[in-house]
Design a protein around this ligand. Structure first.
Ligand SMILES: *Cc1c(COP(=O)(O)O)cnc(C)c1O
Length: 377
């Protein structure tokens, strides 16, 4: 089945078009056989949605969580034990970095950060490396990690690979097909898609899921029944939403690249993107996230004040277009010199493209950038 069909497929066990919402926390244990309990991640509703995400990612099994970070922290802890070494891509999602920096040392897990080249990963692999964890495309510069190369390196050294596939969504990239072992999503973004749901997911093989599931039951980061229902409902339109967002983003990236007020556009679908070829080789589509830099003399404050269809908001992946300035929001704790060295200037804007009309998006940008240009300020 193709993704669009998988998204709306009705799983066995119900005659309705959706799973009935089942908020029970107590189940008849003689009649129901296995002991269902929400914190065991095994209620019929949880199972159906987890399996749907696994199917979309071409994985054997799935597990859904109360947040993306619950999925991440549970998985990292399941795959590392005291004495192990974990290797992370430099510049991961902030919450993931905070977890690594504040928790791993206490658990006697060594860790280091690799740059996105395969050489850097190779140089940082140690005898005791048990896990490699990456994101691709990355936040906010949309850099691409060569996932097949990472998978091959890891296989040589018996290392388990994990990717946070949030930015791509299962519609644009299926890392398991490239040899990656475990895929994580912040379902708060594209899977939910309406900016009203906080959840996460992990998918992988049955063998790897055993250990993750054991930890998940201990830590207890499960998703409640009402949110499970919302996630099920949201996924029905995942394919159409993301395809439309992709189309808008590809067009907006080209538009911004030729705009006189924009000095640089980062979008893996553009030939000017340094990782364009790798993106083409591993993604079904370069996605709906863009980053761009306004010229130095354009006031970011005025731009954000005047943008109306597109909203300054921190999350991403929703049907509404959002922009944010990483240097003053998600990355504000990093010294500006360091940010600049990474190419992350104060004029850089991250753009999560929604499903609005393309001309409305262009007109909105045009008006806002006009109001922010030196002549009008
Ligand atoms: C938002 C996000 C997370 C964390 O997900 P939550 O659902 O907010 O816990 C992890 N990774 C990426 C790439 C994200 O964008």
């Amino acid at each position: 089945m193709q993704p669009s069909t998988k998204c709306v497929e009705i799983k066995k066990g119900t005659t309705g078009s959706v799973q009935p919402i089942d908020p029970s926390t107590a189940f008849h244990y003689i009649d129901s056989g296995p002991q269902f309990y929400p914190r065991y991640f095994n209620t019929p509703n949880q199972n159906v949605v987890a399996q749907k995400i696994a199917d979309l990612e071409h994985a054997e099994l799935g597990l859904i969580f109360g947040s993306g970070l619950a999925a991440t922290t549970t998985t990292i802890n399941a795959l590392t034990k005291p004495g192990d070494h974990a290797l992370f891509l430099n510049g991961l999602y902030g919450g993931t970095q905070s977890f690594i920096n504040s928790e791993l040392a206490d658990r006697n897990v060594e860790y280091s950060w690799a740059e996105k080249s395969i050489d850097s990963f190779e140089q940082n692999v140690r005898e005791n490396t048990s896990v490699i964890y990456v994101e691709s495309p990355t936040n906010p510069l949309l850099e691409i990690v060569d996932l097949r190369a990472i998978a091959n390196l890891a296989a040589e050294h018996n290392i388990v690979t994990i990717i946070d596939n949030t930015f791509a969504s299962p519609i644009n990239q299926n890392p398991i097909d490239l040899g990656i072992d475990i895929v994580i999503h912040s379902g708060t973004k594209y899977l939910g898609g309406h900016s009203d749901l906080c959840c996460g997911a992990v998918v992988c093989s049955r063998a790897l899921m055993d250990g993750i599931y054991k930890k998940a039951k201990i830590y207890g980061g499960s998703l409640n029944a009402l949110s499970v229902y919302l996630l099920e409902r949201s996924i029905k339109t995942l394919d159409v939403r993301v395809r439309r967002q992709n189309e808008n983003a590809a067009a907006m990236a080209r538009y911004l690249e030729s705009h006189e007020c924009v000095s640089r556009v980062y979008y893996p679908g553009l030939e000017s993107h340094p990782d364009h070829v790798v993106a083409q080789n591993q993604m079904h589509h370069p996605g709906a996230m863009i980053a761009f830099e306004l010229l130095e003399n354009i006031s970011i404050t005025e731009f954000l004040k005047n943008i109306q269809v597109i909203r300054p908001a921190l999350s991403l992946g929703g049907v509404e277009s959002n922009v944010c300035v990483p240097a003053t929001t998600s990355h504000r704790d990093i010294p500006i010199a360091e940010l600049n060295a990474q190419g992350l200037t104060e004029q850089l804007i991250r753009f999560s493209v929604g499903i609005e009309d393309l001309d409305d998006l262009k007109n909105d940008f045009e008006k806002a950038v006009g109001a922010a240009s030196p002549l009008s300020v």
